[in-house]
Design a binder for this molecule. Structure first.
Ligand SMILES: C[C@H](CCC(=O)NCCS(=O)(=O)O)[C@H]1CC[C@H]2[C@@H]3CC[C@@H]4C[C@H](O)CC[C@]4(C)[C@H]3C[C@H](O)[C@]12C
Length: 325
């Protein structure tokens, strides 16, 4: 499972928890403007917007999980098992494979509005990257400073939803997740009045009672409600440090601790392998990993963006403890 969120203070922040039981050796990967993107069915692009993101450790092609471009557009792909459906090639459409979706959109577009328009002509085709890396069932959250959308490739076509809550997890499909939020409409960050009954007193014995009923388990529908509540009630200063810190706390509310989501014997559990946070205005990628609580940052703008070669930075995954004495 995974969770994505955006957060707006003075600037727009976007990122995700990458929750899984195995890592594909993820790397921070920068595709400069003149890196040649080859596609399976459409023409290569020789020059495009530069982008930075976290990608699988396959050196030949940036298989992005999440990324943002130099114009402030950001995207994350999340698992959508059992629902994602990729179709056969369609004449007259722009036929793109799922692993090409992030490079294609970030390479060509600057805003969610432009992407929405482009999606009318895009067909996500059922062609895999390689036999070792078969098609994976995904849906995407796409976000910029003006708002976010969710794109879901389903049996009956590509669904595009506006995303006013600014979060995405996994199943069920986004419209159902949104409907389920109705159940939580009475939750609040304030302590509630006793509306249970006039005939006896019920005590306000603790702070935080306004959100009793908010789920705390790690299922995707529960994480959706939990992170939507956390994001919607988030308060922080608007400096870079305060915004980034608060962003990690929002996704921290749905972190998966190793051991709590069993996958297989012996000792294979799904856990939050990394959390990313993009300041999309300045194209900075901040991240933390499960065993490294220190925030590491990589700046797109510090690189030679007119180059034609991919740039990789291995994730720093060892704990960095600041000993005081
Ligand atoms: C597994 C991850 C989702 C995490 C998640 O949600 N796990 C819960 C599983 S469950 O829902 O609980 O069962 C997803 C998210 C992004 C994906 C990569 C996208 C690029 C590329 C696309 C190619 O086509 C196949 C290989 C490829 C490297 C993909 C591998 C894998 O699919 C990645 C890592």
């Amino acid at each position: 499972m995974c969770t994505a969120s955006n957060y707006i203070t003075k600037k727009h922040y976007f990122g995700r928890n990458f929750d899984y039981e195995i890592s594909y050796n993820e790397k921070v990967t920068i595709a400069p403007r003149n890196y040649k993107f080859d596609f399976k069915l459409i023409d290569s692009i020789d020059s495009h917007y530069a982008m930075i993101g976290v990608a699988a450790g396959v050196d030949a092609y940036p298989l992005y999980y999440d990324a943002c471009n130099e114009n402030g557009l950001s995207i994350a792909g999340l698992n959508f098992a059992g629902n994602a459906k990729y179709l056969d090639e369609k004449k007259g459409m722009i036929n793109i494979t799922p692993f090409e979706f992030i490079p294609y959109l970030l390479g060509n577009f600057s805003t969610v509005t432009e992407v929405k328009e482009a999606l009318k002509n895009i067909n996500l085709v059922n062609i895999n990257f390689s036999d070792e890396l078969p098609l994976s069932p995904l849906h995407w959250m796409i976000s910029d400073e003006s708002g976010a959308i969710v794109v879901e490739p389903m049996e009956d076509g590509l669904k595009v939803y506006d995303n006013p809550v600014g979060v995405l997890t996994n199943n069920p499909p986004f419209d159902k997740q949104m409907f389920s939020l109705n159940d939580y409409r009475s939750l609040s960050n304030k302590n509630p009045e006793n509306t249970f009954s006039d005939s006896f007193d019920l005590d306000e014995y603790s702070r935080g009672m306004g959100a009793i009923g908010l789920p705390g388990d790690l299922s995707s529908s529960s994480r959706f409600a939990k992170v939507a509540f956390t994001r919607a009630n988030s308060y922080s200063g608007d400096s870079e440090e305060e915004s980034v810190s608060q962003f990690f706390h929002i996704l921290g509310s749905v972190e998966q601790q190793n051991g709590c989501t069993f996958i297989a014997d012996p000792d294979l559990y799904e856990y939050t392998i990394y959390t990313s946070c993009y300041n999309t205005a300045d194209s900075v990628l901040y991240y933390r990993t499960y065993n490294n609580s220190q925030i590491t940052a990589v700046k797109l703008m510090s690189e030679d963006l007119d180059s034609g070669d991919l740039i990789h930075y291995k994730l720093i995954t060892d704990e960095q403890i600041s000993f005081i004495n």
